[in-house]
Ligand binder design. Structure first.
Ligand code: GTP
Ligand code: SPV
Ligand code: MN
Length: 633
């Protein structure tokens, strides 16, 4: 990608070296010595032309976004329709996370486990040293201080991302608490995680060859690497989402999950919502883990269709949970924004997300309308006669007829959480909110019923461990549509051995006992013989939440079944929707043979974890088979 040429210029093209004194002279006063040294060391390796310390101010946002508009990286959207908002288009080779290039570099291979790509940390550091050598030539290296979680909160954590991408800086400003305040906490001695990122597209090589910049610089070779023992992140070659916004998956899930294991807490791929029963005023907090692009943002912003309930959003992707002084589990959202899937989002499916993105937003890989607004498949507006599609080309209904998409299926909006009309007033409570129930789900066209409650705590872990889901567009290198195991929706995000992670859950359950939240399995995606979803989903999922909180409150009975405990038809609120008894029965139908086959396959899957597979998981598998046998009898 891009063209190169030899340059005649002399001095301006030589690499700068950065002394610690020089870096300190250009840094804010709060920056501590070890940070200055880290910045200098990285700069001397990556060889940027300049270093810039991000402060997170409005002025800085205006300057960076304007510079990116001038450089053709951003398109400014129509200020009347979408004020202070921008569109970016990536290269087709850089549209989602790359799981095959994501590495856990623990000292021992067995600590990464069979579901991660492991690499020897010393060897990986050698590779990274080569890749980062001169990687930022011709560019600015931005120093981005950030906090995951409310500034100064007891569960929050600090980081520094060094990046050569202004696109990343502006996205980090939305997604994290970024800038001077985070730096001040670091200066006061707060521990921080170093995270180094380069798009891997230097504008000059060591031999003086120059390269024109492009609207989406990146490199065909990508490395998304994590060093759990030393809490370091190095990411090379991609500018997209979880590959590049290092506070998100790299820190808040992969590195944080290893910290959480050591320190007795949990870092999970979960939304957090508050459900208020308006009659009693009672509040429930629910967290839910669904694989990527399986409906976390939708559920987090749910508009209940049944009367008497209100949902408020706390988080849509990541939850950090910790036992509180009262022995309950408390959750915070470590993020400050939503990086949500655009296609399928509309006033119909997710009105609160639509309202959240009315301004101050970045859109990546959606289509552009002739009047300077955004469009994607499934948005409320009908397909216009003309668009610019996500690749920057003209797009007309004829393209749609050929099955081409105007927006990439993993196109996303980056929006401040504070703009969500139903953001919970306690969403930034530093100590978090007490969790009443934990949901696991996935896209399952068959077998898995609408909702099932755990029999006992260990069964809850078994439910999480056996999540399988149809693959979505959120990763580029996994075959979309195929069914794969995605335990706890953490397959691409667990920073250590998956079976040790299950063991960690079992330990926390033992520690908290009855106070550990009950686990429920949900599935909005079961299909009928006509290939259509049997459950209306979206706002109607409030009916499932209603049953769940009534179970948590002990107000309603349940029926013991194969996968768990199910609602009684007469207890479940189906008023006003077109779900008859036959559909209900189909939603809860259990085919013992299909489940026997699924458990055989699950047992095979579990075999790869060897000795580390907790005995309690094996016991739960045996109990599951007893229930299948009883159902057959
Ligand atoms: P990541 O941000 O990738 O972690 O994903 P997410 O889980 O937040 O995904 P998101 O909420 O953006 O999922 C969007 C997809 O799920 C869209 O295709 C929606 O149409 C679909 N979806 C969400 N809720 C429902 C539902 O209740 N029923 C059906 N059928 N589809 C749903
Ligand atoms: C996911 O894939 O689960 C996401 C998007 O939330 S990304 O941040 O790109 O990983
Ligand atoms: Mn996610």
């Amino acid at each position: 990608c891009g063209s190169t040429s030899q340059t005649q210029e002399g001095n301006a093209m030589t690499d700068k070296t950065y002394t610690v004194e020089e870096v300190r002279a250009g840094a804010p006063a709060e920056a501590p010595e070890e940070l200055i040294e880290f910045v200098a060391k990285t700069a001397n390796l990556a060889k940027p032309d300049s270093i810039y310390w991000a402060d997170g101010s409005d002025e800085e946002w205006d300057r960076l976004t304007t510079e990116m508009v001038e450089a053709g990286v951003f398109t400014r959207l129509n200020p009347e329709k979408r004020p202070n908002s921008f569109l970016a288009r990536s290269l087709p080779s850089d549209v989602a996370r790359v799981e095959s290039r994501t590495f856990i570099c623990s000292e021992k291979e067995e600590d990464a486990g069979p579901t991660n790509h492991w690499y020897d940390p010393v060897e990986m550091k050698k590779i990274l040293h080569e890749k980062f050598d001169g990687a930022m030539r011709g560019r600015t290296m931005y120093v981005v201080p950030f906090s995951m979680g409310p500034l100064g909160g007891p569960i929050s954590k600090l980081g520094i991302e060094l990046t050569d991408s202004p696109y990343v800086v502006t996205n980090m400003r939305i997604m994290t608490r970024m800038g001077s305040k985070a730096l001040k906490l670091i200066g006061e001695g707060g521990e921080w995680v170093p995270a180094v990122h380069s798009v891997g597209y230097p504008l000059r090589d060591a031999d003086g060859t120059v390269r024109e910049d492009t609207a989406w610089p990146c490199n065909d070779e990508k490395y998304i690497t994590h060093f759990p023992e030393t809490n370091e992140i190095w990411s090379y070659g991609s500018g997209y989402g979880g590959n590049a916004l290092l506070g998100k998956k790299c820190y808040a899930l992969r590195i944080a999950s290893t910290m959480a294991r050591r320190q007795g807490w949990m870092a999970e791929h979960m939304l957090i919502l508050r459900l208020t029963d308006e009659k009693t005023g009672k509040q429930y907090h629910v967290t839910a883990a669904f694989p990527s692009a399986c409906g976390k943002t939708n559920l987090a912003m749910l508009q209940p269709t049944i009367p008497g309930y209100k949902v408020e959003t706390i988080g849509d992707d990541i939850a950090w949970m910790r036992p509180g002084p009262d022995g309950r589990l408390y959750a915070i959202n470590p993020e400050a924004g939503f990086f949500g899937v655009a296609p399928g989002t509309s006033y119909d499916t997710n009105p609160m997300a639509m309202d959240t993105m009315r301004g101050n937003s970045i859109f990546t890989n959606v289509a552009l309308t002739d009047d300077g607004d955004v469009w994607w498949e499934g948005i409320d507006a009908p397909l216009p006669d003309h668009l610019i599609d996500w690749t920057g080309k003209d797009y007309t209904p004829a393209d749609a007829a050929e099955g081409k998409k105007a927006a990439h299926p993993n196109s996303r909006f980056t929006v401040p959480a504070s703009q969500c009309p139903i953001i919970c007033k306690d969403w930034e409570a530093p100590q978090g909110v007490p969790v009443d129930a934990i949901l696991f789900g996935g896209r399952r066209a068959s077998n898995v019923p609408l909702v099932a409650e755990q029999y006992e705590n260990a069964h809850g872990v078994f439910i999480g461990a056996s999540v399988a889901s149809e693959v979505t567009a959120a990763a580029t290198d996994v075959k979309a549509g195929s069914l794969r195991h995605d335990p706890f929706a953490m397959l691409p995000f667990c920073g250590y051995h998956m079976a040790d992670y299950w063991g960690h859950w079992l330990e926390l359950q033992e520690k908290l006992g009855d106070k550990f939240p009950k686990v429920f399995q949900v599935n909005w995606f079961r299909k009928g013989p006509d290939g259509k979803f049997m459950w209306p989903g979206y706002g109607e999922n409030s009916r499932v939440l209603d049953w769940i909180v009534r179970r948590v409150g002990g107000q309603v009975d349940a029926i013991d079944g194969v996968t768990g405990r199910y609602p009684k038809f007469e207890d479940f609120n189906l008023d006003g929707i077109d779900v008859d008894k036959a559909t209900w029965d189909a939603l809860f139908e259990i085919d013992p043979d299909a489940w026997a086959a699924e458990m055989d396959e699950t047992e095979e899957y579990f075999k790869q974890f060897g000795d580390k597979l907790p005995a309690k998981i094996t016991e739960q598998l045996a109990k599951f088979r007893e229930r299948i046998a009883a159902a057959k009898a």
